[in-house]
Design a protein around this ligand. Structure first.
Ligand SMILES: [Zn+2]
Length: 287
């Protein structure tokens, strides 16, 4: 990604070194999903106004699916990761401000908290092990930057994979602003565990789609993406699918226990947003 010249967001709060690491996790945040998985990368055919020509494999000959390496650069250290997060958050602010304005709504940008070890939010105490999350109660995104290394370890490295993770959490913020989060939580309290899981999956897939919408516009407006970036995003979506995580953990794959969606679903909805750039296309609940 070409991000270094980008504007830095002022909405980032650095809470590193302030961790209350001993408390028990209560959860309650909306998580990205963590763990590792092995899946053959499925390459979608990207097209549309501004996404053509970004696929890193388009000019190389005979590259099989399993040979595709992350094409983009890797964020190397914490300082660089902090800069990267500030720039990505700014791009999220720009895109969602624009899209909300297009439907005569005002976008209220979320704050992003960088923490290490663990953090207390309106959603209670959350350990870094849970991965990045969004807390609807305080409208804030929380991330321990070491998660980027975890992503790389699970085969989902690359700067656009990291950008997708952030945009997914901002997608939850968009859902919160639109009232989706509240409606889902209310419904989840009155249905069975299996039904509640299904609602969770639909919520997560919508956030994936919103992440795609973000990338579509961030690229259209700033020529942000480079060859290989889209593969990184699609690869990451596959690696953090529930089935991939269960397989990796050596567990039986139980779709009724999915909370974030299968690899295929996560790729489909990310792609849907990427290709269309239209938040209206992200109504996972209608399906
Ligand atoms: Zn999520």
């Amino acid at each position: 990604m070409r991000w270094r010249q980008g504007r830095r967001s002022n909405n980032v709060e650095d809470r590193r070194g302030a961790s209350g690491g001993q408390r028990r996790p209560r959860g309650g945040g909306v998580k990205l999903g963590g763990g590792a998985g092995i899946l053959v990368l499925l390459i979608g055919m990207f097209f549309g106004v501004d996404l053509s020509g970004i696929m890193g494999t388009s000019t190389s000959s005979n590259v099989s699916q399993s040979q595709i390496a992350p094409g983009g650069s890797q964020i190397r250290n914490n300082d660089e990761a902090t800069e990267f997060v500030k720039v990505m958050l700014a791009y999220n602010e720009d895109v969602w401000t624009k899209l909300f304005a297009q439907s005569n709504q005002q976008y209220r940008a979320p704050k992003l908290v960088i923490f290490d070890g663990g953090v207390t939010s309106a959603c209670g105490y959350t350990s870094s092990a849970a991965g990045p999350f969004y807390c609807p109660g305080d409208y804030q995104v929380y991330i321990d930057l070491s998660f980027f290394r975890e992503l790389q370890k699970m085969g989902a490295g690359g700067d656009f994979a990291q950008a997708y993770v952030l945009a997914h959490e901002v997608g939850h913020h968009v859902q919160n602003l639109l009232g989706v989060s509240m409606a889902v939580q209310k419904r989840q309290r009155s249905v069975s565990k299996i039904e509640a899981n299904k609602l969770s999956v639909l919520t997560e897939l919508q956030a994936d789609c919103y992440a795609g919408v973000w990338a579509h516009h961030a690229h259209k407006d700033n020529q942000l993406l480079e060859p290989g970036d889209l593969e990184e995003g699609m690869n990451a979506a596959a690696r953090i699918g529930d089935d991939a995580l269960m397989r990796q953990a050596g567990a039986t794959i139980r779709p009724e226990a999915f909370t974030h969606g299968s690899s295929e679903q996560r790729q489909q909805w990310l792609y849907r947003g990427l290709e269309s750039g239209d938040p209206q296309q992200c109504d996972s609940f209608a399906s």
